[in-house]
Write a new protein. Structure first.
Length: 426
């Protein structure tokens, strides 16, 4: 079945200086020609008068033609760079919609066609979705590395090694009657070596904390200065501050970036025993958030801080009291004078960097990690087997896992959710 020809506004919503309308599919050149009268040669730009079916002038636009399959979607495409007024964009889109065989693109449909036509694999599509949603410089760099094929190239190396192992196993099966089993120990060692390499990748920090933001929780007893500290860190009055203990009954979460690292900074209810029903629930939520936190900033008595792998103890309101002696390390902080805020900022960033992928090192998301784990487990089985037929089956399972990783097979359940993240025209 021939794919429909689709079109959509691919740039930001008008008004704008320039708006880009993209057409892709088997009728793209014909549709562009009907609007522009003629198209320039492939990969060249030309100024054309855009007219509707009645010959009415719509706009003077820069028109570009691209011949498939060497295009972003793998299909014939046309781009119309129009003036970005709302009326102009609306008129051009209406003229395209009036042409038989053309329809408005669904969100993410251009990228889905690129995937379907082999221009990108599933990991690159995921990287592109993350790139579009990136809000910090660290997120942008990490997503761009995947979108440009960094992970795809690594997977191709693994697939090539796996294919060679499968070929060895199949060859051994062919000659099993001749007792040609000398290659078994070598095959087992090579399967184990590849399994170890995959497991090392799985031991790296995952991509989700970088994408979603690290949960940094401010916790401690009532009236310890948590809300004041949150306001100081975010730079505006987000939380209500009062001298009355228990003012914060529920948690408040604010998204910020510290040195390019996405942070979900969360103020919680003061932790204490209370007979107030609402405060009891607030304290319960605070305790849950303490357990869920990636980094815990404790504002209470330093020695009473909960056990946590990434704990920062601070002594707030240091301008109002003498620095207390304590057998454990803490950071003195005063929101009023600014004392210690820089040190706290640095401490949060240092803990965050330990939890995030190392700069320049590719990270995998949960779906990708699950498929890599499937391949590693299959290789582990193959490395410990002395039955060449079973080894061959395990190697086929590992190859199938890589196929699901790149989207070559068995991924229909994830495609709709993934491409639904894209905006219209992407």
């Amino acid at each position: 079945m021939t794919a429909a020809t689709i079109f959509a506004l691919s740039s930001g919503s008008p008004p704008a200086a320039i708006s880009v309308i993209r057409i892709s599919g088997p009728q793209a050149h014909e549709a562009g020609g009907q609007l522009a009268g003629s198209l320039p040669p492939s990969r060249q730009a030309g100024v054309r008068s855009l007219r509707d079916a009645d010959g009415l002038l719509l706009d003077e636009a820069l028109v570009l033609r691209f011949d498939g399959p060497a295009t972003s979607t793998g299909e014939d495409t046309v781009e119309l760079h129009c003036h970005g007024g709302r009326a102009i964009v609306t008129a051009v889109l209406a003229a395209l919609a009036a042409q038989p065989g053309l329809r408005q693109a669904e969100p993410g449909e251009f990228t889905r066609r690129a995937f379907g036509n082999g221009r990108i694999d599933l990991t690159q599509a995921e990287g592109l979705a993350d790139l579009i949603e990136a809000e910090t410089e660290t997120q942008r760099r990490a997503a761009l590395a995947v979108a440009e094929g960094g992970l795809s190239r690594q997977i191709a190396i693994w697939q090539d090694r796996l294919l060679q192992l499968s070929a060895q196993a199949e060859a051994a099966i062919d000659y099993v009657e001749e007792d040609s089993v000398d290659a078994y120990p070598t095959l087992n060692r090579e399967c184990e070596a590849l399994a170890i390499e995959l497991e090392q990748w799985l031991a790296r920090p995952m991509a989700e904390p970088l994408k979603d933001g690290l949960l940094v929780v401010l916790a401690g007893p009532p009236n310890a200065g948590k809300s004041s500290l949150l306001n100081a860190l975010v730079g505006y009055e987000r939380a209500i501050v009062a001298d009355i203990p228990g003012t914060t009954r529920d948690h408040i979460e604010v998204g910020i970036a510290l040195d390019g690292i996405p942070i979900r900074l969360t103020d919680t209810a003061g932790i204490r025993n209370s007979a107030d029903v609402l405060e009891i629930e607030g304290v319960a939520r605070a305790n849950r958030l303490v357990q869920q936190s990636d980094i815990l900033v404790w504002l209470g008595e330093p020695t009473e801080a909960p056990a946590h792998d990434h704990l920062i103890r601070i002594h707030a309101r240091s301008d109002l009291s003498e620095r207390a002696s304590s057998p454990v390390e803490f950071i003195p902080v005063s929101v009023r004078t600014g004392l210690g805020l820089g040190d706290l900022h640095t401490a949060i960033v240092e803990h965050a960097r330990r939890l995030l992928p190392v700069e320049g090192v590719l990270a995998v998301n949960a779906r990708q990690a699950a498929r890599i784990r499937d391949a590693a487990e299959a290789l582990r089985r193959a490395s410990s087997s002395d039955d060449i037929v079973l080894q061959s089956e395990d190697l086929r399972s590992a190859r199938a896992a890589f196929g699901r990783l790149t989207g070559q097979a068995g991924v229909e359940d994830v495609l709709d959710a993934l491409f639904g993240r894209f905006c219209l025209g992407k």
